[in-house]
Write a protein that binds this ligand. Structure first.
Ligand SMILES: C[S@@+](CC[C@H](N)C(=O)[O-])C[C@H]1O[C@@H](n2cnc3c(N)ncnc32)[C@H](O)[C@@H]1O
Length: 216
């Protein structure tokens, strides 16, 4: 087993994080005991961040103690691994606007004390203005305006740090070539003053999706 990023491990073909709540699964993933620790399989078909790591991501800014604003938390699959990585000293403000997945997110936060679930719309930053300054913005909301929404949230809650952005080409433009869509979204970020460090295609895990790591 090799630690490839802080709190992220590789064992053969598997990607793993250290389970913050030993004995508990979140989405049916494998649990693996090693020494005194328990590891949780991180399934790349279920998480775009895991898919980006499997496809060679170089810049992974999350570590113990990181404060993350996570837009589009759904029922908490990827947020649970982010929660493993940032540990008890970190926090994940997990924002979701749809009530059904939000209910599962609340359940998840009962055992994972470093997840703060927020039922809010990422387009209305005034509804969660009280969130503290964070180090990293993670955005996975599959909205046609998502790059603009990410930029606005970054300006209000991050100021200096990293943006991890998942882009679904078809939710921005169904007919345009995905590579063109990715390039256009990347240019929007550069225009807003970001250094785009990486743009990773998520095939074969996710069709017509890419993952961007940017810094400001
Ligand atoms: C692709 S899913 C997220 C999956 C999740 N990030 C994961 O990896 O486990 C996108 C989620 O974003 C939510 N979403 C879309 N637009 C949103 C908005 N404006 N504000 C908050 N959540 C939004 C959707 O309800 C959906 O649950």
């Amino acid at each position: 087993m090799k630690e490839i990023f802080p709190g992220v491990f590789r064992s053969g073909k598997d990607l793993l994080t250290v389970n913050l709540v030993p004995g508990k699964r979140v989405y049916g993933e494998k649990l693996l005991a090693k020494g005194r620790q328990e590891f949780r399989e991180w399934v790349p078909q279920r998480s775009k961040l895991a898919a980006a790591i499997m496809n060679g991501l170089q810049n992974m800014p999350m570590k113990q103690g990181s404060r993350i604003l996570y837009l589009g938390a759904a029922s908490g699959t990827t947020p649970s691994h982010v929660s493993d990585i940032v540990g008890h000293d970190g926090i994940v403000y997990a924002l979701e606007f749809s009530e059904r997945p939000f209910r599962s997110l609340i359940e998840l936060a009962r055992t994972r004390k470093n997840i703060a679930p927020l039922l809010a719309d990422a387009r209305k930053t005034e509804d969660y203005y009280w969130v503290e300054a964070c180090d990293i913005l993670y955005c996975d909301i599959a909205d046609p305006q998502q790059t603009e929404i990410a930029i606005r949230n970054f300006e209000e809650f991050i100021a200096e740090g990293f943006l991890l952005l998942s882009i679904k080409s078809q939710s921005i433009d169904v007919v345009k070539e995905p590579l063109r869509v990715y390039e256009e979204e990347k240019r929007k970020l550069e225009k807003a003053g970001f250094d785009v460090l990486e743009l990773i295609d998520l095939e074969p895990y996710e069709e017509k999706h890419c993952f961007i790591v940017a810094k400001k």
